[in-house]
Structures are given as C-alpha cells and as structure tokens.
Write a new protein. Structure first.
Length: 70
C-alpha cells in the first residue's frame, strides 16, 4: 500500500505536469483532437505536425491570435 506521502508526491507531480503543459500550450493538440472527434466525427484528425503548421499559419495570418517575434 502506498503511503500518504507517496500519494501526495504523485498528486503534486501530476499537478505540476498539468500546469507546465497548459502554460506551454502543449495540451492544445489534445483539446483539438477531442473537439474534432466530438463535433466532427467524420472528419480526419490531422497529425500533430500538421496541427502545429495550421496553428502557426493561423497565428501569423492574424496578429490577434498570438504574437510571434521571430
């Protein structure tokens, strides 16, 4: 049986991992895939690389979507 300290440490690590993924927007692809599967079940889900290309193109086309300095 895991100790209370072990469970707390595990919970802390999961929380930090979630926070960093949200901060760095790593979870954007996961959210997008969930959206496509839920709202457009017949649509093909792009792979991660194509998603990042689409996202970058959208950000560069509209400065309100995000700032890219270089």
């Amino acid at each position: 049986m895991r100790s209370a300290l072990g469970r707390a440490a595990s919970r802390t690590v999961r929380g930090v991992r979630w926070y960093v993924r949200e901060l760095m927007d790593e979870s954007a692809y996961d959210r997008y895939v969930a959206h496509v599967r839920r709202d457009h079940p017949d649509a093909e889900v792009p792979n991660r690389r194509d998603f990042e290309r689409m996202r970058t193109a959208r950000q560069e086309a509209d400065p309100r979507q995000g700032f890219r300095c270089c």
